[in-house]
Write a protein that binds this ligand. Structure first.
Ligand SMILES: O=C(O)C(=O)C[C@]1(C(=O)O)C=C[C@@H](O)C=C1
Length: 359
């Protein structure tokens, strides 16, 4: 068999596999639709993060390659997203504009088959859910270099919404253009922080290029779309949204630049066995109060992954502690420890119990 015949035979086999995949995906969608009808009839939520996490965990264990697990998860995220959309059209608001990192986080968590709606402030994300204009929201909460997004934490004091999930995104800045030839690039657009992050790479690789600051990386991508001799430094989703080629990946200088985003909604998801719980509390202004509040977590072997204080805004020098622990409120030990904390402090509130981020 010469190579052309071999290619033809392989492609025929691929076609046949695609036909089977197509049939199976539609079979899966039909089953999901049936599940959706049962859930609607019994007043159960359509989006079930714990079930989705269970699917990802099972596939991760099952995957033997050659496709790497993160790619397998990516494919299944979209399959699940598509099946979910047949059950119901889910609306998700995120901190926009389009093509921001929060947009990317929203796509990573829900897949492409939901309605992703950009709004201009973090407060609007909360408002839209309260007003029932959207089912879920996505907001940034902390970054490994910049620290906590205080504004997001403060919103939980104002609104009675729950954290239903989290997404961790590596913040990678890419060079992108509609022009596939990097040698023809004369100008680079980006936000000033992104330019600062990538200055070393630019000086080394494109020292003669003009740098133009604009208000956001998303805006930079939008401008680069209309200027053939330009490039933008922006996110992966900016390249996707504005149809740009990625000329060079990850040109920023920080190796460990990650942002954690929270998914907010109305109902606490059920436990998966690999969960986190977030709560807030305050303590009396007296010696050892914080120590006494936290000691039960140590005694019961509960891992605290974060504690952050914010002014309560009710009294001067009065603080609220935002705390993350491992475990779910339905775990006996977590439940009892939180009960103990609650009985020892003047203020306590659960913000959510949710599956840990899927890679
Ligand atoms: O199991 C369900 O409840 C489904 O609706 C099916 C499915 C899926 O496609 O696997 C879709 C949406 C849910 O969030 C979880 C899983």
């Amino acid at each position: 068999m010469d190579y052309q015949e071999k290619l033809k035979a392989l492609r025929q086999e691929i076609d046949s596999i695609d036909n089977q995949i197509l049939e199976l995906i539609n079979k899966r969608a039909t089953l999901a639709k049936e599940v959706g009808e049962i859930k609607k009839a019994n007043n159960l939520p359509i989006f079930v993060p714990s079930r989705e996490k269970e699917i990802f965990d099972r596939l991760e264990k099952l995957n033997k390659g050659p496709l790497p697990t993160d790619i397998v998860k990516h494919i299944f995220r979209e399959i699940i997203s598509a099946c979910r959309s047949i059950e119901e059209n889910i609306k998700v608001v995120y901190l926009g504009p389009k093509a921001t990192f929060t947009h990317q986080a929203s796509l990573k968590y829900f897949g492409h088959s939901v309605e992703h709606i950009p709004v201009s402030t973090i407060k609007d994300v909360f408002e839209e859910i309260v007003k029932k204009k959207a089912d879920f929201g996505v907001v940034p909460v902390e970054n490994t270099i910049e620290g906590v997004v205080n504004y997001t934490l403060d919103m939980f004091l104002e609104y009675d919404l729950k954290i239903i999930g989290e997404v961790i995104l590596e913040i990678s800045l890419h060079l992108m253009s509609i022009n596939p030839n990097i040698n023809e690039i004369q100008r680079i657009y980006s936000h000033k922080f992104a330019i600062a992050e990538c200055r070393d790479w630019i000086l080394k690789n494109m020292p003669h290029v003009q740098l133009i600051e604009v208000e956001s990386t998303a805006k930079a991508a939008e401008m680069a779309k209309d200027d053939y001799e330009s490039a933008a430094i922006a996110s992966e989703s900016a390249a996707e949204v504005y149809g740009l080629y990625i000329l060079e990946r990850k040109i920023d200088k920080h190796l460990y630049n990650y942002t954690r985003f929270l998914i907010i909604g109305n109902e606490i998801p059920s436990k998966t066995g690999n969960d986190k719980t977030t709560f807030i509390f305050s303590v009396k202004n007296e010696v050892g109060a914080l120590y006494k509040a936290l000691e039960p977590f140590y005694r019961n072997g509960i891992n605290m992954t974060k504690i952050e204080s914010r002014p309560s805004k009710k009294e001067a020098w009065d603080y609220i502690f935002f705390t993350d622990i491992e475990g779910h409120i339905d775990d006996e030990v977590v439940k009892n420890t939180l009960e103990e904390l609650k009985s020892n402090v003047p203020f306590f509130k659960i913000l959510g119990s949710y599956p840990k981020a899927v890679d």
